[in-house]
Design a binder for this molecule. Structure first.
Ligand code: BMA
Length: 372
């Protein structure tokens, strides 16, 4: 019975997603329900929230590029269901990203993640193309100069060409490029990136987002790409959340990044309230929703996983609607967001990941099977 209900629900969701796809102005052949990542996420929605970790397979505390390595697995016994990767540096032709991950290794690990049944999601902290400054450049007008008609538009397109070349080169054994989630121009409601709220207007930002997605999909043929919209937590209403929203044709997953609220006393209530806004908008638009980035730096509170993030993920609307939650990377030299064996927060994180409705890789693989 459960299987039949799940199947019917998935079919309804697929059909309704299909309606929204017809409204799209750009032709997105595989970003409709045929995209396997999209249809899998739709089919398991409400059964469990996928747990994700940035750079999980690449390095962790006291190890890097070890076969089978994963801090999430070392603590919980299983890999995450979602694997985050960072592209910053690729746009200028670097061989390693800004966190020293070689793109060749990233490609192999993303192929492995896909083969194991996981989902890959890519963030991007690009160097700007005018003077080559980092994403954290606050005192320069960049966006308007890289748009069509701007002085550095062609150079910006070359940056996107490099991104496309790499993402298309991540292939399955049958030669097909793997489906993935791209999350460009994130945290635009903050002031720390050159595409942030003080560095460009919402209109300029929307043009940047639309241009990026259209260029990658239409000119570069990246029809295997889902796109996530993820402001940081600086909104209190749907209107504020949508200030930078580029339009339904260019977004598949509505998300939010939120570290700040979950550092405050009782901040889980604020985080839940904001996720409810994200969920309401995603439902209105027949889109998926996600908690695209979170974490507590160096996991300095042992109750953070089971009681703080745990409280957010226990909220019934969040549990029924959010597709995934991703915590940030474990860099031994800079900062880490998931505990390692022997760390005081290990038991609490394990406890959260043992919950029935939090999906690690094998839970996700089982849920996909059951929904078919
Ligand atoms: C930030 C930090 C930086 C890193 C950047 C891109 O949140 O982790 O150290 O360079 O993300 O991954």
């Amino acid at each position: 019975m459960k299987r039949i209900t799940t199947g019917v629900l998935a079919l309804i969701a697929l059909l309704s997603a299909g309606v929204s796809c017809q409204d799209r102005k750009v032709k997105i052949p595989e970003s409709d329900p045929q995209n396997p990542v999209l249809s899998d996420l739709i089919s398991v929605k409400g059964h469990g929230i996928l747990f994700g970790h940035q750079d999980d397979l690449a390095y962790g505390i006291d190890w890097h590029y070890e076969e089978g390595g994963s801090d999430v697995k070392r603590v919980s016994g299983d890999y995450p269901a979602l694997f985050g990767w960072e592209l910053g540096g690729l746009e200028r032709g670097d061989t390693h990203n800004l966190d020293s991950v070689p793109f060749d290794k990233m490609r192999n690990l993303a192929v492995k993640a896909d083969k194991m049944g996981g989902i890959n999601t890519f963030s991007w902290h690009p160097y700007e193309v005018i003077e080559g400054r980092s994403s954290w450049t606050r005192d320069a007008e960049i966006v308007k100069h890289i748009m069509p008609g701007g002085s550095h538009h062609e150079a910006f397109k070359s940056q996107l060409d490099r991104i496309a070349l790499f993402l298309k080169s991540i292939k399955r054994e049958d030669g097909k490029s793997i489906p993935f989630i791209f999350r460009p121009w994130h945290e635009m409601d903050g002031t720390w990136f050159w595409w942030g709220s003080e560095q460009c207007t919402p209109e300029e930002f929307k043009k940047l987002f639309v241009f990026t997605v259209k260029y990658l999909r239409e000119d570069k043929g990246m029809d295997n790409m889902l796109v996530a919209y993820s402001p940081d937590r600086n909104f209190e209403s749907s209107e504020e959340y949508l200030t930078w929203y580029p339009g339904d044709a260019y977004v598949d997953i509505l998300g939010v990044d939120n570290y700040h609220d979950l550092k405050q006393e009782d901040g889980h209530r604020d985080a839940i309230r904001k996720l409810h806004i994200v969920i309401a908008e995603s439902k209105r638009r027949n889109k998926l929703s996600a908690f695209t980035e979170t974490g507590l730096e160096n996991v300095r509170d042992t109750t953070w996983y089971p009681e703080v993030l745990g409280a957010v993920l226990n909220d019934s609307l969040v549990q029924n609607e959010i597709s995934y939650v991703m915590v940030w990377r474990n860099d031994p030299k800079v900062h880490f967001f998931f505990p390692y064996p022997g760390h005081p927060a290990e038991a609490g994180a394990k406890k959260l990941l043992e919950r029935k409705r939090i999906f690690l890789l094998s839970d996700y693989n089982k849920a996909k099977k059951n929904s078919k």
